[in-house]
Design a protein around this ligand. Structure first.
Ligand SMILES: Cc1cc2nc3c(=O)[nH]c(=O)nc-3n(C[C@H](O)[C@H](O)[C@H](O)COP(=O)(O)OP(=O)(O)OC[C@H]3O[C@@H](n4cnc5c(N)ncnc54)[C@H](O)[C@@H]3O)c2cc1C
Length: 411
C-alpha cells in the first residue's frame, strides 16, 4: 500500500531513504533545515570504501592511546572539559572495540559494506552522476616500514576473508605513480575496489534531484516542529504543513539529541573532524598518510585535507589544531599550496557505542523510523541503509538482515 512519508534530514542517509521510498511509489517529502548534503555528507573524504569491511572502533593500541592522551600528532584530539562527562560512553565504546566483540560486529558490518558499490552504482546511474565519480580506488601511504608491514597483514586477511582487492606499491613505484610526492615513503597500499567522489555534497544533491524526478518533494523545515498527529506525524515547512503516516529520523549526529525528547537514549558519540581545501599540487588519488594520521583527497575545490577524530560536544566551538598539524605534514609530503577557504569546515561522524548503526522502527512510536549512526562509513553506506529502511517500512523481505541494527536494542 502506498504511504505518505516525511524523511527528516537530507544527508546521504535521509536522501537515500527518501529516494528508495519514492522509487517504490510512496509519496515522500525530504525535509532539512538546509539544502541536501550540506553537513557531514558534504565535508567527508569522499571515499565509497568497499574495503571498510570491519568497522573503525576505539583504538586498542597503547601507543596510539598515549599519543592521543598527550595530544601528540594529528590523529586524535579531545576537549579536556568534555572528557569527564564522556568517560562512561567512551568506556563502552572501548569495550565494544576489543577484539572479540569487534569480530562479531564485523560479520554484520561486512554484509552491509558488500552492497555499497551496487547500491551507489544504481543511484549514480539513475541520477547521471558519473562525472563526480572515479573508480580507481585510493591509497594508504606509509612513512614507516613497520606500519606498512602490520597493515599489509591486515589487508591480506581482508582479502582472504572478505574478498577485497589491494596491491602493494614499493617506494619507487609510488613515487612514479604520485608525482606530487616530495618525500620518500616506505611504500603504499592501494585499495583497488573503492570509488571516490570529487564533491560528496554534490552527489547527495544529485540523489535529491533523482528524488524530485520520481515525484518526491524537498523542503526546508526544522525537526523541532515534528509532532505526533492522530495516527501519523505533522511537521511545518517552507511549503506549508506536512502530514504523513510515517516519519523517518535521519539527522546524522543530531539524531540522538532529537530522539531524547521522545524518551529514547541512544548512546551516540559525535567524533568531530575538520577539512580545508588547498590549491597547488596534491595527490592524484585520495591518500591516507597513515603515520601522519590524516587524509588528502583531490576534490573539485582543490586538495581536501580531512582530519582524524576529535572528542568533544557536538556544537562546541571549533578547535582545528589537528588540521594545523595535518597541513604541515601534508605540505611536506605533497607540497600543497594555500588554503582555499579562510575558515575550516567542521562536522562529526555519528558513532554508536556498539559500532552498529540504528536502522528500524522506533520501539514506542508507531509510524516512526530511525536511520542514523553510520559513523566513519556513512557516505559509503547511505544507499544501502536507505534501501534497507525502505524495505523494512514496506514490511516485506529485506536484502540484508536488519536485526543487528534494531533501535530496540537500546530501549
Ligand atoms: C572528516 C570526515 C571524513 C569522513 N570521510 C568519510 C569517507 O570518506 N567515507 C565514508 O563513507 N564516510 C566518511 N565520513 C562519515 C560520513 O561523512 C558520515 O557518516 C555521513 O555523512 C553521515 O550521513 P548522515 O546522512 O547520517 O548525516 P548528515 O550528512 O549530517 O545529515 C544529517 C542532516 O540532518 C539535518 N538536521 C540536523 N538537525 C536538524 C533539524 N533540527 N531539523 C532538520 N534537519 C536537521 C542536517 O542539516 C543534515 O543535513 C567522514 C566523516 C568525517 C567527519
Amino acid at each position: 500500500m502506498k504511504k505518505e512519508v516525511v524523511v527528516i534530514g537530507a544527508g546521504i542517509a535521509g536522501t537515500c531513504t527518501a529516494v528508495q521510498l519514492a522509487l517504490r511509489g510512496h509519496s515522500v517529502t525530504l525535509l532539512d533545515r538546509k539544502s541536501p548534503g550540506r553537513e557531514t555528507s558534504y565535508g567527508n573524504a569522499g571515499v565509497i570504501q568497499r574495503d571498510a569491511v570491519e568497522p573503525a572502533g576505539f583504538p586498542q593500541d597503547w601507543g596510539i592511546l598515549l599519543r592521543a592522551a598527550f595530544k601528540i600528532g594529528a590523529r586524535v584530539s579531545y576537549h579536556g572539559g568534555a572528557l569527564p562527562g564522556m568517560v562512561p560512553i567512551l568506556a563502552r565504546y572501548w569495550s565494544n572495540s576489543r577484539p572479540a566483540p569487534h569480530a562479531a560486529v564485523a560479520k554484520s558490518h561486512s554484509r552491509l559494506i558488500e552492497h555499497c558499490l551496487t547500491e551507489h552504482g544504481a543511484l549514480i546511474a539513475m541520477s547521471g552522476a558519473d562525472d563526480l565519480i572515479k573508480r580507481e580506488g585510493y591509497r594508504y601511504v606509509y612513512r614507516k616500514p613497520e606500519t606498512m608491514e602490520r597493515q599489509f597483514k591486515r589487508a591480506q586477511r581482508y582479502a582472504r576473508e572478505y574478498g577485497v582487492r589491494f596491491s602493494l606499491e614499493d617506494s619507487a613505484a609510488i613515487a612514479a605513480l604520485e608525482p606530487a610526492l616530495r618525500l620518500p615513503v616506505a611504500g603504499a597500499l592501494h585499495w583497488l575496489d573503492a570509488w571516490t567522489v570529487n564533491d560528496p555534497g554534490a552527489l547527495v544533491g544529485r540523489y535529491a534531484d533523482l528524488l524530485a524526478r520520481h515525484g518526491g518533494r524537498v523542503v526546508l523545515g526544522d525537526a523541532e516542529t515534528l509532532q505526533q498527529a492522530g495516527k501519523g506525524w505533522r511537521v511545518e515547512s517552507d511549503a506549508g504543513r506536512i502530514e504523513a503516516e510515517q516519519a523517518v529520523i535521519a539527522m546524522g549526529p543530531w539524531s540522538a539529541d532529537y530522539a531524547k525528547r521522545l524518551g529514547y537514549r541512544f548512546p551516540l558519540i559525535p567524533i568531530r573532524g575538520y577539512h580545508c581545501h588547498y590549491d597547488g599540487p596534491g595527490p592524484a588519488l585520495p591518500t591516507v598518510d597513515v603515520d601522519g594520521g590524516y587524509m588528502v583527497s583531490p576534490m573539485q575545490r582543490g586538495s581536501r585535507i580531512t582530519t582524524g577524530g576529535e572528542f568533544g560536544h557536538l556544537e562546541a566551538p571549533s578547535t582545528p589544531v589537528q588540521l594545523a598539524r595535518a597541513e604541515k605534514l601534508a605540505r611536506d609530503l605533497f607540497g600543497l599550496g594555500e588554503r582555499v577557504e579562510a575558515t575550516p569546515w567542521r562536522g562529526a561522524r555519528p558513532c554508536m557505542v556498539d559500532l552498529r548503526p540504528v536502522m528500524g522502527p522506533a520501539p514506542r512510536h508507531p509510524g516512526l523510523w530511525f536511520n542514523f549512526g553510520h559513523a566513519h562509513q556513512g557516505f559509503t553506506l547511505g544507499p544501502v541503509a536507505g534501501r534497507l529502511v525502505a524495505e523494512m517500512m514496506e514490511g516485506g523481505p529485506t536484502f540484508v538482515d536488519p536485526a543487528p541494527y534494531a533501535p530496540a536494542r537500546f530501549d
